[in-house]
Write a protein of this length. Structure first.
Length: 64
């Protein structure tokens, strides 16, 4: 997910997390790289949790 964002933002010169990640890797700014990786991981986990909790709402056959 993040690699795709980095490619799109680099090709079209758009500002964003992907571009910031690429620039931080080239500048060897490891705290920024770690912060972006942590943010993306937390976002991924949170979205999966929300989707799992919404399953019973959309399909009553599924129970928690």
């Amino acid at each position: 997910m993040l690699a795709g964002a980095a490619v799109i933002e680099t090709v079209f010169t758009l500002p964003g997390l992907g571009r910031l990640l690429v620039d931080s890797i080239y500048a060897r700014d490891y705290p920024v790289v770690q912060a972006i990786a942590l943010f993306v991981a937390c976002l991924y986990v949170a979205l999966n949790l929300i989707i799992d909790l919404l399953y019973p709402f959309f399909d009553p056959r599924v129970r928690l």
